[in-house]
Design a protein around this ligand. Structure first.
Ligand SMILES: [Ca+2]
Length: 226
């Protein structure tokens, strides 16, 4: 025997309301909601509006974004041994609340990750922090040192008008000192129409190890830029 039409079991909309007062307040609630949406749209002067709060949130955060920082994690050199003969190293990159990681290279203290990790940058004053770990299967991963750097000099170079310079021109040289983690001079270079920075970081809190990186910048249309 077929059940009767499903609609027959659903209460009518009126049945949801305990009193007629609530029913009469419904049009007022709808009107108030529409007014809130219009006010938000007007204050932010946004063109692309789909009348949803989710869309508005996305546009709002784009206004705070400077762009993307692509970190090419090239390789590790003379990293510490955390297993009997070697280590299984990987790199974690942190900036603010963001956290990215490379793959694990097994049994190699001179690993070549050659991996691009991309951070969104909404504060150019935050340091980028690097952590190297040894992956272990039956215990917690072991620390293999850490380092950090500032992107200030790189951002300054990105703000310069460099079009027309020959490819390979060195724009800035950042020297290693007691305050930073540079193992050697770091060059910011104009190459093939873009700015890159090469970094060799000496790992801290470990007996040995360096990590080689290259920075690139990716502009995002609609973001605040640099
Ligand atoms: Ca291991």
């Amino acid at each position: 025997m077929h059940p009767p039409s499903g609609c027959a079991f659903l209460p009518t909309p009126v049945a949801h309301f305990q009193s007629l007062d609530l029913l009469f307040s419904l049009p007022i609630t709808i009107a108030a909601t529409i007014i809130i949406i219009v006010v938000v749209v007007t204050q932010n002067n946004l063109v692309q509006v789909s009348n949803s709060f989710g869309r508005l949130t996305t546009l709002y955060s784009m206004e705070h974004l400077h762009g993307l920082l692509r970190i090419h994690v090239h390789r590790g050199v003379n990293l510490a041994k955390r297993d009997v003969l070697s280590s299984d190293p990987y790199v974690i990159v942190r900036m603010g609340k963001q956290k990215l990681k490379t793959r694990v290279v097994n049994k190699n203290v001179n690993p070549e990750w050659n991996e691009d990790l991309t951070l969104s940058v909404d504060d150019t004053n935050l340091p980028v922090k690097i952590f190297v770990y040894d992956r272990d299967t039956f215990s917690l991963d072991d620390k293999m040192g850490d380092a950090e750097f500032q992107i200030g000099p790189f951002v300054e170079a990105l703000r310069m008008e460099l079009n027309g310079l020959p490819s390979g021109t060195i724009i800035t040289r950042v020297q290693p000192n007691r305050e930073n983690c540079l193992a050697e001079e770091s060059c910011i270079i104009w190459t093939e129409g873009k700015v890159v920075q090469n970094l060799v970081l000496r790992l801290r809190n470990v007996e040995s190890g360096e990590v080689e990186l290259q920075l690139q910048w990716i502009d995002i249309p609609g973001s605040r830029g640099l």
